[in-house]
Design a protein around this ligand. Structure first.
Ligand SMILES: [Zn+2]
Length: 169
């Protein structure tokens, strides 16, 4: 899927949330904390996609327990980042991603790490539902080390996937 399709298909936060709910839950929305299906949308919440669980009394959204949890970056930028990373022929630098998405370089680096971990971990289906992912890409490719600045000459390539998986999941 190309970036224009992603941009058009997911024009705003609400569209992204709707899509994630469909991919993650289908017709059976479930509390991520206690797995109960006795849940209801929060009617009067100003925030999009908020749910209440009647069983454990928690409040959650579809992002709970995923790579997108608690992010302040608009979901459309996440979706575009996934598209950019999947489409990239070579490893994409966080500096390039920062320029493409108009986010800070640390934010781009963070997104990149989360997306790469999700590609090899338990959230493949969620990402696959966002863009048509190349099966051969899953689980391949080195993860670039964080070097803190947009100096293309100082890349320290390192395979950190295992370590990060342990930290994030
Ligand atoms: Zn619950």
């Amino acid at each position: 899927m190309n970036l224009i399709s992603i941009f058009n298909k997911y024009p705003d936060q609400a569209a992204c949330i709707r899509h994630l709910e469909a991919v993650r839950w289908g017709d059976n929305p479930t509390c991520p904390h206690c797995k109960s299906t006795s849940i209801a949308r929060k009617a009067d919440s100003g925030r999009v996609g908020r749910w209440n669980c009647h069983a454990c009394k928690s409040s959650f959204n579809v992002l709970s327990g995923t790579v997108f949890q608690k992010t302040r970056i608009p979901l459309q930028k996440w979706f575009l980042a996934i598209g950019l990373i999947v489409n990239a022929k070579k490893s994409l630098s966080s500096c390039q991603l920062a320029r493409d998405l108009q986010v800070s370089q640390p934010a781009a680096w963070y997104m990149q790490q989360r997306i790469r971990v999700a590609m090899v971990a338990s959230e493949r289906e969620l990402l696959r539902g966002i863009v048509e992912m190349d099966e051969t890409y899953l689980g391949s490719g080195p993860i670039k080390g964080y070097h803190g600045a947009c100096d293309e000459g100082q890349h320290a390539d390192a395979t950190r996937r295992t370590i990060m998986s342990e930290h994030l999941f």
